[in-house]
Design a protein around this ligand. Sequence first.
Ligand SMILES: C[S@@+](CC[C@H](N)C(=O)[O-])C[C@H]1O[C@@H](n2cnc3c(N)ncnc32)[C@H](O)[C@@H]1O
Length: 279
Amino acid sequence: MKVKRALSYLRHRLSDIEEEDYAQKEALEILAHLLGVSPLNVYLHAEEEISEEELQRILLERLKGKPLPYILKKAYFYGRPFFIEEGVLIPRPETELLVEVFLSLGIDEGLLLELGCGSGAVAVTLLLERPKINVLALDISPKALKITQINARHFQVENRLFLVRANWLTSLKEGPFFRAIISNPPYLSTNEWTELTPEVKNFEPMTALVAGPKGTEYQEILIQEGLKYLASHGIIIFEMGYNQASRIKDIVRGWSYRFYRDLLGFERVILLWIEGENT
Ligand SMILES: C[S@@+](CC[C@H](N)C(=O)[O-])C[C@H]1O[C@@H](n2cnc3c(N)ncnc32)[C@H](O)[C@@H]1O
């Protein structure tokens, strides 16, 4: 089948399970995968033939509800393709705001701590964008650490990335080690998990998304304990749910803070620092 015909065929079939915009995006990602090019370059190959058998295999799995990144073993984050497998959270576009805000702070060197690295999308992106920083990234999931290592090797930043299996901050030695702590923590409540689409619930790891009955459990620990690990002028930055800003405001006593909004206007990232310290 020619690429241009495959594109309209895929768009049409995928629109049975998702919005048109999303169907177009996924159709391009499937074709990019089959052609071995970036999704932006698919149109340049419009007249090429692709394997119809492989296209049907991918489409069938997708129509059964499996998320595309788990089928293609690839998820785009901050414009780069990351290796991904079931058992590890698919990096979300929302998390690009976390990265964007961090990059706007002018922190160009020093050691950062990432809590809950998942696929490594955040840590690896920061290492690529800021060539003089180092990152200590931890996760409770051995699979996440393995995938982070694969991505770090692929993007050739593994010599600036230290990986540790740990349960949040419990086994970290206290001390002024980190210029910044960054995290996209699990932040859903147990109730919110039950309301997720089957596509998320049936395939993505619950431990990557759910914090506990409140949803803010990991963020609270970070706010209460984070200072013990920060160097002077250190900052904490983390992602939160679209509905969590007011609860987080109630627990950030002692910190100065600023929220950052996503494109829909929700406060989704918070930056914390200690007043009087020039960040
Ligand atoms: C929302 S995911 C974020 C993954 C990745 N940073 C991203 O943004 O795509 C949260 C991560 O925290 C990890 N995690 C969950 N509970 C943890 C714990 N108690 N200690 C360390 N990591 C934990 C999960 O395994 C998951 O990889």
